[in-house]
Design a protein around this ligand. Structure first.
Ligand SMILES: Nc1ncnc2c1ncn2[C@@H]1O[C@H](COP(=O)(O)OP(=O)(O)OP(=O)(O)O)[C@@H](O)[C@H]1O
Ligand SMILES: [Mg+2]
Length: 458
């Protein structure tokens, strides 16, 4: 095949230059020039004179959707996030920080599928065969028939896939692949895009379910181009703190299912264990101390109980510290300001540290009230009452606002034996009107943050 001609194009304005430049001479943007390949066309053609046969479109009614039956990955939590399993011809990108357990998760799934009789292939560009063998030993699958290819050239991987025709293939990682067509180094935007493009074509044409591992940059973005996210069918993100055993698998995008579901795993000696009932795994054991508050947060269709912890200490700094782990820093600043102004707690001269136990990252705005309760509890040095939880969004005026799916949150607290919950008035009314069971749980409706702080103790 003739080698393509490479040129360098600015992603912002489309300016073409013969070599790579740090700054586009046309629009002045930095780091926007990427390598592109123009493949010479096969036959003689003149612009506007390409002869093509008119295609016959097929009717939707005639399309066989059965071809898209799901492949069970043997990991229930992974199936849940994928929307019921892998889809033949579907391409999934799995991103995550170094060491979070991406290779472990996918090797575990491959070993399971191989055991279940699904033909699989692992393409490892990052680890040698003995390294993979060592990991499989840890996962209890060293005697597996799983086929392994340690290769980084895209064309060779494609040739192997076309020849071997596995049903599922994992490429670990897409950043190590390189193509002879492109002169940029492996890991560059052009290389990653070319590799993904080539693999995508094989996957779609041969009905192969493809899983690509992608690294994440320091900013939490998938390394290289975001364009990869548009090319693939699903983007999963594997999150968790390395020091903590829990890992959350989330779908950022999914063409074949909801992006609402999360999977929860626990990293153990023998690999990743599934946590099918993760409701209280993120809570610390024992009684709640001063400075903590419990909140039921929604992760997909499940409700987890999270523990927010706060520490408030007089500051000697001109700009007191605000440290947030597991909650958004700007959200924390807002809650602190509202507590100072609307609940008359003098926090401006205090250092404030907030942490969510178990390494969980909360995006649910319903956690606002728990953050405020934890800070109030830390400042007053009195624990939030035993068996007390709270949820609700806090507005700048100090009002505690209605949140979605209050019913599910209340049900979870009831199931876990909580005695009291502070919640937005409308959520309480809604639950009572629906005739929900409370069995020992008292609903305390709070309209503003001052009222919530007063009602905090058990
Ligand atoms: N024996 C063990 N017991 C418990 N956990 C382990 C053990 N061995 C490895 N781990 C965990 O597995 C993690 C490494 O997993 P893995 O190699 O799958 O991560 P990765 O996301 O593929 O990383 P990379 O981006 O470097 O390829 C370690 O950080 C550690 O937490
Ligand atoms: Mg890895």
């Amino acid at each position: 095949m003739p080698r393509g001609k490479s040129s360098f194009i600015c992603r912002e304005c489309g300016h073409a230059s013969p070599g790579w430049l740090g700054r586009c001479p046309e629009c002045g943007s930095w780091n926007t020039i990427v390598e592109e390949i123009t493949k010479p066309s096969a036959g003689p053609s003149r612009a506007g004179a390409v002869a093509v046969a008119a295609p016959a479109p097929i009717r939707l009614v005639d399309v066989d959707a059965g071809a898209h039956s799901r492949i069970d990955t043997t990991l229930g939590e992974l199936n849940r996030v994928l929307g019921g399993g892998l889809v033949a011809g579907g391409v999934v990108l799995l991103g995550g920080e170094p060491g979070v357990g991406k290779s472990t998760l996918l090797l575990q799934a491959l070993l399971g599928m191989e055991r279940a009789g699904v033909p699989t292939l692992l393409v490892s560009g990052e680890e040698s065969a003995p390294q993979v063998k060592l990991r499989s030993r840890r996962l209890g699958g060293e005697a597996s028939e799983l086929r392994l290819l340690t290769e980084t050239q895209t064309e060779v991987v494609v040739a192997c896939l076309e020849n071997l025709r596995p049903a599922v293939c994992v490429v670990d990682s897409v950043q190590t692949l390189w193509s002879a067509e492109i002169s940029s180094a492996p890991g560059s935007v052009a290389q990653i895009r070319e590799a993904t493009g080539q693999l995508l074509r094989v996957a779609k044409s041969k009905g192969l379910a493809l899983l690509l591992v992608g690294h994440v940059t320091k900013d939490g973005e998938l390394a290289g181009p975001r364009v990869l996210e548009h090319m693939v069918d699903a983007v999963l993100s594997f999150e968790g703190e390395r020091a903590q055993p829990f890992r959350i698998l989330r779908a950022v995008k999914n063409r074949f299912g909801s992006t609402n579901e999360v999977g929860v795993f626990q990293m153990a000696e023998s690999g990743l264990e599934e946590v099918p009932d993760p409701s209280s795994v993120f809570m610390e054991e024992g009684e709640l101390r001063s400075g903590s508050a419990v909140v039921p947060v929604l992760e997909g269709s499940r409700c987890l109980l999270a523990e927010v912890q706060a520490l408030v200490a007089p500051s000697s700094l001109a700009m007191p510290q605000r440290v947030a782990r597991g909650v958004d820093r700007n959200r924390l600043a807002m809650i602190v300001a509202v507590l100072s102004r609307r609940a008359r707690i003098p926090l401006p001269k205090c250092d404030i540290f907030v942490n969510v136990a178990g390494g969980l990252v909360i995006e649910d705005p319903a956690a606002d009230l728990a953050v405020a309760l934890a800070i109030a509890s830390a400042w007053q040095d009195g624990p939030t009452g035993k068996g007390v939880a709270g949820f609700g969004e806090i507005s700048l005026t100090g009002k505690v606002r209605y949140v979605m799916q209050g019913e599910k949150r209340i049900q979870e607290l009831t199931r876990r034996g909580f005695q009291k919950v502070l919640l937005p008035a409308r959520n309480g009314e809604e639950y009572r009107a629906s005739g929900g069971i409370l069995s020992g749980l008292t609903l305390v409706a709070v309209t503003d943050i001052g009222e919530a702080v007063k009602n905090r103790s058990g």
